[in-house]
Design a protein around this ligand. Structure first.
Ligand code: FAD
Ligand code: NAP
Length: 340
């Protein structure tokens, strides 16, 4: 049965620790409850916000609608050639899923260990870290298509996964609610250790990056992250607040004339990826505060809510940074979390 709570605080439902409340809230544990919740929102003329772990959102104010909190659980596995096909419910915790997979001897996603949030949100921005993206193991997603009013499956190709992007941030934004995710993992214990910081960590710890077991890679990534990223409880944040900008090869060449030391990586599609953190750091923002919020002293693109700031404080800081980077480099930074 659908349970709706009114005037619920979202403080514990967003990792930025913004104090905001929602007019209505429902924890969803089945397809039926999801359909009822959507019907309720429609009948009452309410906007809806689909919520997972709240680690990639900014609440700019109180939410005047219905928060649909995806809490469905369940993992099932079947054998495929060389590996395993998994069907995972959207409300499962991403990090816990990866640890479970490692325990079972299923590999491919270990570089994405310790990313906060839910399984259902992972395809939304095609989560990526340490040289691996979800796209490398995603087989399909299933969910409720609000335009068609039916449940349907999208192949990985139909999800249009790209660099921290997907169709769920584009044409299907707010239109498709992911209820299950299909993953294909391998039995073969072959690790991806190309990412420089990971490689260096392994070598420093006496491991050979070419032969290392995926379980050791997971431990290494978890250790690097724990050492580098602020503790969410002590320093509330939403991870990287800005995406690494992609610019044309011509634009990158121009920038490199003025800033030869600028970090940059050519992408397979001919664009060039710049390091948002480098751009922000060059503008002097690393470690600076603006009212109750600020930029982390070690991570220039992690904005921290130090003193119970509101969403507007975070967004004012982001605006100031975006303005400075645009003025100095002519590069437009884009905010990675979804702003509500
Ligand atoms: P939420 O914040 O709840 O939602 C994010 C967006 O997805 C919202 O627009 C929401 O409506 C939508 N959404 C959520 N669930 C569904 C669903 N079932 N169906 C449709 N839409 C849905 N990201 C990376 O890519 N790589 C990293 O290494 C990384 N590291 C991070 C480290 C920290 C400390 C933090 C705080 C964040 C980090 N992130 C990273 C960002 C974030 O963890 C991921 O984007 C994660 O997938 C968000 O999951 P969530 O459940 O918290 O999503
Ligand atoms: P880092 O290792 O200090 O590197 C800084 C940036 O340089 C990263 O954004 C990374 O891009 C880029 N980079 C480094 N080497 C690269 C290479 N060989 N080719 C292409 N790009 C390269 O980064 P970090 O801040 O500690 O984060 C480590 C990893 O975790 C990164 O993959 C990062 O994306 C991920 N992470 C993401 C979030 C989030 O909220 N989205 C939060 C924390 C960490 P990429 O970002 O494209 O990898």
């Amino acid at each position: 049965m659908l349970e709706i709570a009114k005037n619920v605080s979202l403080l514990d439902h967003n990792t930025l620790g913004v104090t905001a409340q929602t007019y209505a809230y429902s924890a969803i544990d089945s397809d039926g409850a999801l359909r009822d919740a959507l019907q309720y929102a429609e009948q009452h003329g309410l906007p809806s916000l689909v919520l997972g772990g709240g680690s990639n959102i900014v609440l700019s104010d109180d939410f005047p609608g219905l928060v649909i909190h995806m809490r469905q659980r369940g993992i099932s596995a079947s054998t495929i050639d060389g590996g395993v096909a998994l069907r995972v419910a959207a409300g499962e915790n991403w990090d816990a899923l990866l640890r479970y997979c490692l325990d079972q001897g299923w590999y491919g996603l270990e570089n994405l260990i310790a990313i906060p949030g839910s399984v259902g949100a992972a395809p939304v921005q095609n989560i990526g870290a340490y040289g691996v993206e979800l796209s490398q193991c995603l087989a399909w997603v299933e969910g409720w298509d609000r335009r068609l009013g039916e449940r349907r499956r999208l192949s990985a190709e139909q999800c249009q996964l790209a660099y921290r992007d997907s169709i769920f941030k584009g044409a299907l934004r707010d239109q498709f609610i992911i209820t299950e995710v299909g993953l294909h993992l391998r039995h073969r214990a072959q690790a991806n250790t190309e990412y420089p910081a990971l490689r260096q960590f392994l070598i420093e710890h006496g491991e050979s990056p070419e032969e290392v077991h995926p379980r050791v890679v997971a431990q290494a990534v978890a250790a690097i992250r724990a050492a580098k990223l602020p503790d969410l409880h002590a320093e509330p944040n939403a991870g990287s607040f800005f995406k690494n900008p992609l610019v044309s090869a011509d634009a990158a060449t121009q920038l490199l004339i003025d800033f030869p030391e600028m970090a940059h990586w050519p992408m397979p599609d001919g664009q060039v990826k710049l390091a948002a953190a480098w751009l922000v750091d060059q503008c002097g923002w690393k470690g600076r505060r603006l009212g109750p919020v600020g930029v982390h002293p070690k991570q220039a693109i992690v904005l921290v809510n130090y003193q119970q700031g509101r969403g507007e404080d975070i967004l004012a800081l982001a605006d100031a940074i975006i303005g400075d980077v645009a003025q100095r480099f002519g590069v437009q930074l884009a905010i990675e979390p979804r702003v509500y």
